[in-house]
Design a protein around this ligand. Structure first.
Ligand SMILES: [Zn+2]
Length: 502
């Protein structure tokens, strides 16, 4: 039996509400359209910190409640007696309206100790390859762990994003009369669309991934043939990798709705150590096969049957529909229920899947862990994750002292400070360039004179007096605009600066 029309639309205190009758133990959730993509390098972790401050404001209770921050959304949720869940959500709103910042330092310490980015590293590497240090690509720099935040920044972020116009309520079960959602008013925050890096066709790269991943740009999130393509590909990779070759244990699909008409679908496949290249080849070859010949009728039927089984899922399905409706409302996207999607899936033919796969192909990005060589791959070109260029640009050159270069191969580097930007040739001979206009942040060294320059193009260049001399540090400082400097670093910050590739 197909369920439709289970989702009821309502409004509570100006917050759009998506409700459905359900179990006596109700589930309530508040969804906000804010996540790591709405931070900057300097404010990374601020959303996660706000979530911690809010959750930490509740006294201990037996209510089953939690909160999550991912790349595009923040969700507070609880399951239990209706009055208890209502009280929890009201409490979330109250805390968001006036953040309890007295525990700010404590929570920053906790988050730094947890050091949890909240995103799958392979997905983060793929998003960075697509968007560089912008939008979902920020997850690559370690979203979730605050480094440079002060109270004003945290409060400003809460005031801008955790407002009535950027929220939606999900309620599954009996809705109590007295539910209040006293969120602050505020204009619906504008979410700039990150710009995708241009590419001429499918590309592969290495990065801080575990296993292999494939990123594809989906223009119409409601297109059934495209959804089926992703499902069939996932099933193929699971079958071949796990069952036939014993290579991998887990394959998953992560979707991010970047904007209306722009979804990024990441297929993530675990690999046993040493098998990453094989898994990446398999992922690419299966996708190419789907583009060339499409799926079999059996594969399509199997995918549709699997989805049909899911839509019989009772309470889980209702909650899925409610959450999807809430996300779409907050993100400004069209939405439909799983049952409606199933009806669309039933009309898809194998050749539709082939057409959909071919439409995805030009946007394909395949990522492997650093140092892994996939061997020859057909139909896909190589590129670097960050901005590697053929040769050093013109400018003033600085080198480590001769003795250091002779003793330490790692010191065989060259720094160029030019009119166009900052460049470094690393010990491997690769040249990294950060145009001055693309500097995202500058972090002062914690000891001695130095600066770590972070590029939006994912390059990171360390300039320290002990390596390149004081003159080099001064030359770089003179070029850096004031606004890129983040506040004074905490001790040992340099070891913690996540990712941007050297
Ligand atoms: Zn680089």
């Amino acid at each position: 039996m197909e369920q439709t029309q289970t989702v009821q639309r309502d409004e509570i205190d100006g917050v759009p509400a998506f409700t459905a009758p359900g179990p006596a133990r109700v589930t309530g959730a508040l969804v906000f359209g804010v996540g790591v993509r709405d931070e900057t390098w300097a404010t990374l972790g601020v959303t996660h910190l706000i979530e911690h401050l809010v959750m930490g404001s509740f006294p201990k209770s037996h209510l089953e409640c939690n909160a999550t921050v991912d790349v595009e959304s923040t969700v507070f949720h609880a399951t239990g007696r209706p009055e208890a869940v209502a009280a929890f959500l009201t409490g979330v709103c109250t805390a968001l309206a006036d953040l309890p910042t007295d525990r700010l330092d404590l929570e920053v310490g906790i988050l730094q100790a947890e050091n949890c980015s909240g995103s799958h590293p392979t997905a983060a590497a793929l998003w960075a390859a697509r968007f560089r240090l912008d939008g979902p690509g920020l997850a690559y720099a370690g979203g979730g762990v605050p480094e440079f935040l002060d109270e004003d920044t945290v409060r400003a972020h809460a005031r801008r994003w955790f407002v009535r116009s950027n929220a939606a309520l999900v309620w599954h079960g009996n809705l109590p009369e007295g539910l209040r959602l006293p969120l602050p008013d505020g204009v619906a925050p504008l979410r700039p669309s990150p710009v995708a890096r241009p590419q001429a066709g499918p590309e592969w790269l290495t990065g801080p991934a575990v296993g292999a991943g494939l990123l594809l740009t989906v223009r119409d999130g409601l297109d059934a043939a495209t959804s089926l393509t992703l499902d069939v590909l996932l099933e193929r990779v699971r079958d071949v990798a796990r069952h036939e070759r014993g290579l991998s244990y887990h394959a998953d699909l992560v979707l991010v709705d970047v904007a209306a008409g722009h979804r990024e679908a990441a297929l993530l496949v675990d690999a046993r150590e040493g098998q990453e290249a094989e898994v990446a080849r398999l992922l690419w070859q299966q996708f190419e096969a789907l583009c060339a010949a499409g799926p079999s009728a059996e594969e399509v039927a199997h995918a549709v049957a699997g989805f049909a089984e899911f839509t019989e899922g009772g309470d889980d399905l209702v909650l899925t529909d409610l959450l999807r409706a809430a996300f779409c409302r907050v993100f400004g996207l069209p939405s439909r229920t799983a049952a409606e999607s199933l009806a669309a899936w039933r009309t898809v033919e194998p050749h539709d899947v082939r057409t959909a796969a071919r439409a995805l192909r030009p946007s394909a990005l395949l990522v492997l862990p650093e140092g892994v060589d996939p061997g020859p791959l057909e139909g896909i070109g190589r590129r670097h994750l960050c901005n590697v260029v053929p040769e050093l640009p013109a400018g003033t050159t600085f080198r480590p002292p001769l003795l250091a270069r002779l003793r330490h191969p790692a010191a065989r580097t060259r720094l160029v400070v030019g009119d166009a930007g900052l460049a470094e040739q690393d010990a491997d001979g690769d040249v990294h360039v950060i145009p001055w206009s693309e500097v995202e942040a500058a972090v002062a060294a914690s000891t001695g004179e130095g600066v770590f320059v972070v590029g939006r193009n994912l390059c990171g260049i360390q300039v320290h007096e002990e390596v390149f001399g004081r003159r080099a540090v001064d030359a770089v400082r003179a070029r850096l605009p004031r606004h890129v400097w983040v506040s004074a670093p905490r001790p040992a910050v340099e070891e913690r600066v996540p990712s941007p590739q050297r």
